[in-house]
Design a protein around this ligand. Structure first.
Ligand code: F6R
Length: 248
C-alpha cells in the first residue's frame, strides 16, 4: 500500500487539496461532475481550509461537484452542534459555491423503519452517478474508516452501526461526556469506499502511528477495517512524520 510522508499536516493537506482541485478543474472543462466522498473530524480540517482558499483566491468552482459524506451520528438532528451536517457546512460548504442539492450527508433523523431503504438509496445514488471519483478518509484509533468499526466486512454497504467504545471515548469531549455520545451511527460501507476510484487516507500525529502501522503493514482483516484498503488499487496514506513514525 502506498504511503507518503509529509513534513507536517499542513503540507500533506495541501497536497490532497491540489489533487482534488486538479480533478475538479479537469472535469469542469469537460462539463462533467466530480463526485467526492468526504469525511469529518479533525483530519480533513486543513484540507477543507485549503480548498476554500483555492475557491476564493484561484476561482475554483464547485458548481459541478457532488459530495457524499461518510457518516452521521444516529439519532442526530442536523442543526445540533455535534452533527456532521453542521460540521460540513461550517468547515466547507458555506464557504464555496456548491449547490445545496449536490450535498449528501446521511440523515440522522430517518425513522428506524425506513433505515434499510434509506441506506440502500444512499448507495444507489452514488452508484447511479458512476461511483466516487475521490474518497477522503481519516482513520480512527480502532482502525475504523467512516464508522466501519472492527467486525466490519468488505461486503458491507451503507447501514446503521454501533459505535465502538474507544470511538465513543474519543468523541466524549465534543458531547460533554461519553454518556452523551450516541451509541449508533449511519455509515457508508467498506464496499462503497472500496469502489471509489481513488482514496486518500489522511493521518496526523503520533497517536495515529500504531493504527496506521496495523492498517498498512498488518493483516487484511475486518478487525482493522482500514486494512481492507491494502486491496484497493489506488489508495494513498497521506501522513505526517508523527503518524508515520512506526512504519518499517
Ligand atoms: C469522520 C469519520 C471517521 C474519522 C476518524 C478520525 O467522518 O468517518 O472515520 O475520520 O474517526 O477522526 P479524526 O480525524 O477526528 O481523528
Amino acid at each position: 500500500v502506498s504511503t507518503r510522508v509529509f513534513e507536517d499536516r499542513d503540507e500533506g493537506s495541501k497536497f490532497v487539496a491540489t489533487e482534488i482541485a486538479a480533478l475538479i478543474k479537469e472535469k469542469n472543462k469537460l462539463d462533467k461532475y466530480t463526485v467526492l466522498g468526504l469525511a469529518t473530524g479533525s483530519s480533513p480540517l486543513l484540507l477543507y481550509k485549503e480548498l476554500i482558499r483555492i475557491h476564493k483566491e484561484e476561482g475554483l468552482s464547485f458548481k459541478n461537484v457532488i459530495t457524499f459524506n461518510l457518516d452521521e451520528y444516529y439519532p442526530m438532528n442536523p442543526v445540533d452542534a455535534q452533527s456532521y451536517n453542521k460540521f460540513m457546512h461550517e468547515n466547507l460548504f458555506s464557504h464555496i459555491d456548491i449547490k445545496p442539492e449536490n450535498v449528501n450527508i446521511p440523515d440522522g433523523t430517518i425513522p428506524m423503519g425506513e433505515m434499510d431503504a434509506y441506506c440502500r438509496s444512499y448507495d444507489n445514488k452514488i452508484n447511479s452517478l458512476g461511483g466516487l471519483d475521490i474518497q477522503v478518509l481519516g482513520i480512527g484509533r480502532t482502525g475504523h474508516i467512516g464508522f466501519n468499526e472492527p467486525g466490519s466486512q468488505i461486503s458491507d454497504g451503507t447501514r446503521m452501526v454501533y459505535l465502538n467504545d474507544i470511538t465513543r471515548e474519543d468523541a466524549a469531549k465534543d458531547f460533554g461526556g461519553k454518556e452523551n455520545v450516541p451509541r449508533t451511527a449511519i455509515t457508508m460501507g467498506v464496499k462503497t469506499i472500496m469502489k471509489a476510484n481513488k482514496v486518500f487516507l489522511m493521518g496526523w500525529g503520533e497517536n495515529k502511528a500504531p493504527i496506521v502501522k496495523e492498517a498498512t503493514e498488518g493483516l487484511v482483516t475486518g478487525e482493522v477495517p482500514a486494512s481492507f484498503l491494502q486491496n484497493h488499487d489506488d489508495v494513498l496514506f497521506v501522513l505526517d512524520k508523527g503518524a508515520a513514525s512506526r512504519l518499517s
